[in-house]
Each structure stands twice: as structure tokens, then as C-alpha cells.
Design a protein around this ligand. Structure first.
Ligand code: FAD
Length: 471
């Protein structure tokens, strides 16, 4: 008997509960992928995310072929595609691993009901989280809104998940249609602007495993301090691999915990805690499904966001604000599909406080440009910085991008790397180049001579808007 294994954001073979369940039940698995971007409501995957997915699907297919199987690709809609495949392959079961975006959860529930109604065995599994969003609750039985008690509860309920390796060869069948070639899904951009990404990243399960190894052998030691330094490789860079399910979070957590020793206990604990933020973000998205669009904190409904100026928004998007650390971050994002977490906070604070634009404008840009774009993490990140979220930084905490860069990029190396026209300036001037107009003109005639908004005035306006809200 055959079972369709519907791959989604679980593009790996190890620790793959749906595949494992099918094999253990004696099914011949038929691995499939269905491209159905219209089923993502207003969160159709962005261009950078699609470019990653294309490579990750190719890697998965290679890994399957090495085991005598292969991945079949189809165009959506999902339900109709599954139904016709069931008929064509005579499949008796459909297995998949769960996703937690609210619109996908709704879709999947409907699909499950319909297929079960046809008499099929349909099961979904957890591949993406250490704690499914509904599994941890406050003493009162409700969802957590604050991270610290959430994380305390997670640690108290921690279960080490044993890892699972797929067999060296997989049973396979040629029954049924083979679908379309991967290229026909048109996930890769026509004009290949993403080509430079791939000197930074290796999408796929092997790339994820290698990134984990590099991290535990390297940046894990000192992570607690180094994780805030965008000028160093101080973090794991696992976020896109985790988003696409190329590695199980419990595998990452176990690898980290295996390296725990007297010398680096603090580093291991802080790295595992960051994975906890990812878990918390999924918990919030599940219980508060409107947070990708709406302020978590309803008090901000009347907040006086500034009227959007397209040229200003574009200056932020393209890294031409005249604030070097902000521009460096936005250019790193454009060049690599990723931005360091500290700098994400700085650019987000600048957009939502100094420019006073609604966080949604920033979240949308990140959505389209990040290779790790993730509805749960991105919504939490933006609402956290904007001060509108659950357990957020208070709105009145406005990052000063100049002091932030002095503190976290003390030699101006990060700025020099991503805004190379400023590399010729002496270090202190790299943080605030407008302070010496003559030098700026000499070294970087094309760099904005003044910041888009005066930092002090922008901050005052933001605080004034916040005060009005309080009164
Ligand atoms: P590490 O420091 O090595 O952390 C390990 C893993 O923990 C990460 O891969 C990630 O999965 C998780 N993690 C770390 N920090 C956070 C966090 N603050 N929130 C949730 N999970 C976290 N992360 C995304 O994966 N997708 C997004 O779309 C996204 N958007 C963000 C937007 C804003 C405005 C901000 C401030 C943060 C956003 N983050 C997002 C969180 C964070 O910046 C990235 O997860 C992190 O920079 C990834 O780098 P890393 O893998 O080296 O992290």
C-alpha cells in the first residue's frame, strides 16, 4: 500500500515524523510537494523565500534519489491535487507535518476532514516545534503573553526527543503522475538577483547540519556576549534552515545541550533560550492569529503613525537613510537575504520611531526580502520593537542608532563592509558621518549628506505621539 507524504515546511528526511510513521506502518511513501501560493491568504511567500525554497526542494529531491525515491512537484490547489493523486496512485493514506500559520491551519483542517470523509487514513505530525502552540498553558489555563513564564513552563516540561535517521534506501513506486519539473514551479527569480545569496548559504538538510556543526564548534562559545555583535559571526545563522524545516529544533537543542560544560553553560542556555523565542512566537501566533496584521496591544489603535512618504520608505528599504548602521543593515538584507538580529532591532526602531511609520510597512518589506521570513517570528519581532506587541519593549524605548553602532560595531567594521563608501572615514565618523560634512563629501560624495530625519527631532516627535496616546 502507498501513502502520500506531503512535504511542506519540513524539507528534510531525518527527524521527519510523517515519513517515519508511513514507513513504520509499512506504506510505500510517495513524496510530493504542492505549490499553491494562492492558499497563503495575504502572506504569499516573498521572493527571497521562494528562491530559498527552490534550492531546498532540489536538495530534498537529491537526498531522496540517493535512497531510490524522488520528489514529485505539482501546482495547487492542494485539496484537488491530493484527491487526483490519491486516485492515480491508489494511495490509502496521506501524511504530513503541521504548519501553524492561521490560514494554513484552517486549510489543512478542511483537507483532513475531506480526505477522511473519502475513507483515507490521514495523519498530521509535529516536525517544527519543541512545544506545539497549544501544549503549554498558564495556571489559569490560558495562553502565555509574557516570555519568561512561558519559558519557565517550557523548561519544566522539557522532554529530550530522540533523533531519527531515515533508512539508506526507501521503498518507491512509479505509480501515478510524476508532476512537473521543479523549474516549472517558477520559484527562482527570472532575473537571478538571488545568485549572490548562495555564497552565504547552502539551503537543504546537509547545509542545515553543517551550519549547526559550525555553530557548536565555533560561535557557541561566547554566544551570550557575541550574539549582539553584527561585525562578528556570533550567531548560528540557522533561521532559514529552521523556517523551512531542514533541521528539527529538538536536534539543534540536543546538539547544543550535548556541548554544555562548566565553561559554556551560560552560552548554551542563552542559545537554547533563543530557540525558545521561536517557540513563543508560534504560541502567540496560534492563540492570537490576528497579530500579523493588528497591534497586539489594542491601545495602539489610535496611535498617530506618520503619513507614509514613498520616497522615505524607499530610502529605508534601499539603505539610503544617511544613518550608517541602518543603511548597513538594509543593504546586508538585500545582498544576503538575512540581517543580524541586533540590526533588525535598530532598523525596525528607526522605521517605527524616528520615521514613525506603522510597523506593518517594515514587516512587509522583511517578508519579501528575508530568506528566513516567518509569519510567527516576523510578527513578534516587529510588534516587539514597535512596542505594540505581547511582552514588547515599551514604545518610549527609542534606540539611538548612533550609540547602538558605537556599542555593537565598535570598530565600524560592519558599517564599512555593507556601506563601503564610508570605509575611508575615520572610525568615530563612520557612526555619524554628517558631523564632518567636508570629509563626507570627500570620501563618499554619493552618500546622503544628512540623515533623513534629525535623530533628536524624530525621537521627540515619537515620544510626543506616545504621550498623546497616554493622555
Ligand atoms: P541565533 O541567535 O543563532 O538563534 C537561533 C535561532 O533561534 C534562530 O535561528 C531563530 O530560529 C531563533 N530566534 C533567535 N532570535 C529570535 C527571536 N528574537 N524571535 C524568534 N526566534 C528567534 N526570525 C525569523 O526566523 N524570521 C523572521 O521573519 C524574523 N523577523 C524578525 C523581525 C524583526 C523586526 C526582529 C527584531 C527579529 C526578527 N527575527 C526573525 C528574529 C531574529 O532576528 C532571527 O531569528 C535571528 O536573527 C536569526 O539569526 P540566527 O539564526 O543566527 O539566530
Amino acid at each position: 500500500a502507498t501513502a502520500l507524504i506531503w512535504f511542506r515546511n519540513d524539507l528534510r528526511l531525518a527527524d521527519h515524523p510523517a515519513l517515519r510513521a508511513a514507513l513504520e506502518a509499512g506504506y510505500t511513501p510517495i513524496p510530493i510537494y504542492i505549490h499553491a501560493p494562492d492558499e497563503h491568504a495575504s502572506w504569499r511567500p516573498g521572493a527571497a523565500s521562494d528562491a530559498w525554497r527552490q534550492r531546498s526542494l532540489a536538495a530534498l529531491d537529491r537526498d531522496l534519489r540517493r535512497r531510490g525515491s524522488h520528489l514529485r512537484h505539482f501546482f495547487g490547489p492542494s485539496l484537488a491535487t491530493l484527491q487526483s493523486l490519491i486516485l492515480a496512485t491508489d494511495a490509502q493514506a496521506v501524511f504530513w507535518n503541521r504548519r501553524y500559520e492561521p490560514h494554513i491551519e484552517r486549510r489543512d483542517t478542511k483537507i483532513k476532514q475531506t480526505l477522511r470523509g473519502m475513507g483515507l487514513e490521514v495523519e498530521s505530525f509535529n516536525s517544527a516545534l519543541m512545544f506545539e502552540p497549544w501544549s503549554l498553558r498558564t495556571k489559569q489555563g490560558g495562553p502565555f503573553k509574557v516570555f519568561t513564564p512561558y519559558w519557565r513552563s517550557a523548561l519544566a516540561n522539557w522532554k529530550e526527543e530522540p533523533s531519527w535517521e531515515p533508512p539508506a534506501s526507501l521503498p518507491s513506486t512509479r505509480e501515478g503522475p510524476d508532476g512537473v519539473p521543479l523549474a516549472a514551479l517558477k520559484l527562482a527569480p527570472e532575473r537571478d538577483w538571488a545568485e549572490p545569496f548562495w555564497s552565504h548559504w547552502t539551503p537543504g538538510e546537509a547545509g542545515a547540519e553543517a551550519a549547526l556543526q559550525t555553530f557548536v564548534d565555533g560561535a557557541l562559545r561566547g554566544y551570550t556576549e557575541q550574539r549582539d555583535r553584527p561585525d562578528r559571526v556570533g550567531t548560528s545563522r540557522l533561521s532559514p534552515h529552521l523556517h523551512f524545516g531542514e533541521i528539527a529544533p529538538w536536534r539543534v537543542a540536543s546538539a547544543l545541550r550535548e556541548h554544555r560544560s562548566a565553561g559554556n553553560a551560560r552560552d548554551v542556555d542563552s542559545a537554547v533560550r533563543e530557540l525558545g523565542w521561536r517557540e513563543f512566537a508560534h504560541h502567540l501566533l496560534h492563540h492570537f492569529p490576528e497579530t500579523p496584521e493588528q497591534n497586539f496591544n489594542p491601545r495602539f489603535a489610535d496611535f498617530d503613525w506618520a503619513r507614509l512618504s514613498q520616497p522615505r520608505l524607499e530610502a529605508w528599504q534601499q539603505g539610503r537613510t544617511g544613518i550608517p548602521i541602518v543603511d548597513a543593515g538594509m543593504r546586508e538584507l538585500w545582498a544576503t537575504g538575512w540581517m543580524h538580529n541586533r540590526v533588525r532591532m535598530i532598523v525596525a526602531s528607526y522605521l517605527t520611531k524616528h520615521l514613525r511609520y506603522h510597523w506593518r510597512h517594515g514587516a512587509r518589506w522583511f517578508w519579501d526580502t528575508l530568506v528566513d521570513a516567518d509569519l510567527a517570528n516576523n510578527s513578534l519581532g516587529w510588534q516587539w520593537v514597535a512596542g505594540t506587541g505581547a511582552d514588547a519593549a515599551p514604545y518610549f524605548r527609542v534606540f539611538n542608532p548612533v550609540t547602538q553602532s558605537e556599542k555593537f560595531d565598535p570598530d565600524g567594521d560592519y558599517i564599512a563592509r555593507w556601506v563601503p563608501e564610508l570605509a575611508g572615514l575615520p572610525v568615530p565618523l563612520r557612526f555619524a558621518p554628517w558631523q564632518d560634512a567636508a570629509q563626507l563629501r570627500k570620501h563618499a560624495p554619493d552618500y546622503p549628506p544628512h540623515p533623513l530625519v534629525d535623530l533628536a527631532a524624530g525621537r521627540d516627535d515619537a515620544l510626543e505621539a506616545y504621550r498623546k496616546l497616554r493622555d
